[in-house]
Design a binder for this molecule. Structure first.
Ligand SMILES: NC(=O)c1ccc[n+]([C@@H]2O[C@H](COP(=O)([O-])OP(=O)(O)OC[C@H]3O[C@@H](n4cnc5c(N)ncnc54)[C@H](O)[C@@H]3O)[C@@H](O)[C@H]2O)c1
Length: 347
């Protein structure tokens, strides 16, 4: 009888390697940018679909940002608040009436889809923090127009502590509170052997994925502690924080997501006394712009082959878990790392 690890190795080895030999993988990096340390944080707000812009003064320097990615925007549907009194107690716990959510990285992809889910369960306000102005503004506009929610966009690099603090203060000033934080901003580098990994690239990824998650959690957590009404923080980690992906070499990304999982547990333990819950979602391979690059086409076939459900995750496949973790439906759950991977980590 083979051990589970041995079974996994045999199974991985059984994957046909032809595509790998005939089409060598190139390194894939999602590089948003040098650190955008902004002197001003542009804010674009939408109320009833009407645009207003302003800015916060912060510190120094700015750098280039990513070009816009694939258009993944599907229309969200407004919550009908007349339903609230008619919901059963169980259903009611899955709603967030009157709550305010901050979602980082919600300019596109999983973050944007989770922001849509927050709107669909009746939050009254959503603040997006993203480094890409064009995407973030479009996302806030769509949320506002489609659901009537008061949506604000803050162009913030999650590595820029001062900008984050200013943005959080402004969000609290505008809405009066923050109840939910979803940390979805993140980048990935892939197909880079450890022995040739550029040190600066390594540092940059760790800085965005771990330090960025920490800085936003710290700023929002401080507010939640002083407000005294608790809150829920949801960190988007990855199955790569628990298993080493195959066949691509990506030691830095894997390490960063393991860090996000441990940060989640540590904050959960520290902040439980403040009634702040902190949980993580660890997605498997998802069909987002992060993975929609030609250099990954051959690998995607292997990922799907190795996934019991035989598909990549859809961009909205995290939404309902995000609602569960953000809401009172999960009121006795903290420090958990929830995997959504089509069964990938089973084998
Ligand atoms: N797509 C997947 O297969 C997958 C799997 C597991 C985990 N994840 C994680 O889920 C999260 C979202 O991934 P996605 O697929 O939606 O990616 P995405 O690239 O589509 O979206 C990420 C968003 O984060 C923003 N962002 C990047 N760096 C930033 C920074 N320094 N400051 C502020 N915003 C920044 C980007 O502008 C973008 O809007 C990431 O943390 C990623 O690591 C993704």
């Amino acid at each position: 009888m083979l051990s589970r690890i041995a079974q996994r190795i045999v199974r991985k080895a059984a994957v046909p390697r032809t595509s790998i030999i005939t089409r060598p993988f190139s390194a894939v990096t999602s590089r948003p940018q040098d650190l955008v340390k902004a002197e001003k944080v542009p804010i674009v707000t939408f109320t009833g679909g009407e645009r207003q812009s302003s800015e916060l003064t912060v510190g120094k320097t700015s750098g280039p940002v990513n070009p816009p990615g694939a258009d993944e925007h599907k229309a969200a549907v407004a919550f009908d608040s007349s339903l609230l009194p008619r919901l059963t107690p169980t259903m009611a716990k899955f709603t967030l009436p009157g709550k305010v959510a901050v979602v980082t990285g919600a300019g596109r992809g999983l973050g944007f889809n989770m922001a849509q889910a927050m709107a669909e369960v009746s939050v009254r306000g959503i603040a997006i923090m993203d480094v890409q102005q064009q995407l973030g503004e479009k996302a806030a506009k769509e949320l506002s127009e489609e659901t009537g929610v008061d949506a604000r966009f803050y162009m913030v690099d999650v590595r820029d502590g001062n900008s984050i603090i200013r943005a959080v203060n402004d969000i609290v000033g505008h809405y009066g509170t923050i109840d939910v934080l979803i940390n979805s901003a993140g980048i990935a580098d892939s197909n880079i052997p450890a022995e040739t990994y550029d040190t600066e690239m390594f540092r940059r990824l760790i800085d965005i994925n771990i330090t960025g998650t920490f800085l936003v959690s710290q700023a929002v957590g401080k507010h939640m502690i002083s407000a005294g009404h608790g809150g829920s923080i949801v960190n988007i980690a990855s199955m790569s924080g628990s298993v080493v992906n195959y066949p691509q070499e990506q030691c830095c990304y894997n390490t960063s997501k393991a860090g996000v999982v441990m940060l989640t547990k540590s904050l959960a333990a520290e902040w439980a006394k403040h009634n702040i819950r902190v949980n993580a979602i660890s997605p498997g391979y998802m069909d987002t712009a992060l993975n929609r690059v030609p250099a990954l086409d051959a690998q995607k076939k292997i990922w799907i082959e190795q996934t019991p459900q035989k598909r990549l995750g859809a961009v909205d496949d995290l939404n309902n878990l995000a609602v569960y973790l953000a809401s009172d439906a999960s009121s006795y759950m903290t420090g958990n790392n929830c995997t959504i991977d089509g069964g990938y980590t089973l084998w």
